[in-house]
Write a new protein. Structure first.
Length: 117
């Protein structure tokens, strides 16, 4: 639930920044061709939102929980691990993946992982 709230807040922030970006972008261009102001305002806002949403989607994908049975982390990475369900805070731990032996322990004892940083 809290991730949905964060996503909604981020979408609202993207919308507000897109409006601000479009306004500021068009202030600089007003003297050039005033008849196209509304078109430029719309396309500036649309383009800003598209870029921000793309970056947000990439960040969400990179920070998602992964099932150990479906994907394993790379060696030399630190991860957050969960034994049961990602929402179960009691079963979480951090774990450095130094070599193949750590991957074996990960497969044996854990169900989900998520990259740190």
């Amino acid at each position: 639930m809290s991730e949905q709230i964060k996503e909604t807040e981020i979408q609202k922030m993207i919308e507000e920044e897109a409006r601000r970006y479009a306004f500021n972008m068009n202030l600089r261009l007003i003297g050039e061709c005033d008849t196209d102001y509304n078109i430029r305002k719309y396309t500036s806002k649309r383009d800003f939102k598209a870029g921000a949403n793309f970056a947000f989607t990439q960040l969400q994908h990179a920070n998602r929980w992964r099932k150990v049975s479906e994907e394993l982390p790379k060696i030399d990475k630190s991860v957050i691990l969960v034994t049961n369900h990602p929402d179960d805070l009691k079963s979480r731990d951090t774990f450095p993946i130094w070599n193949e032996n750590y991957i074996i322990v990960l497969k044996r004892d854990w169900k989900y992982w998520k990259p740190i940083g």
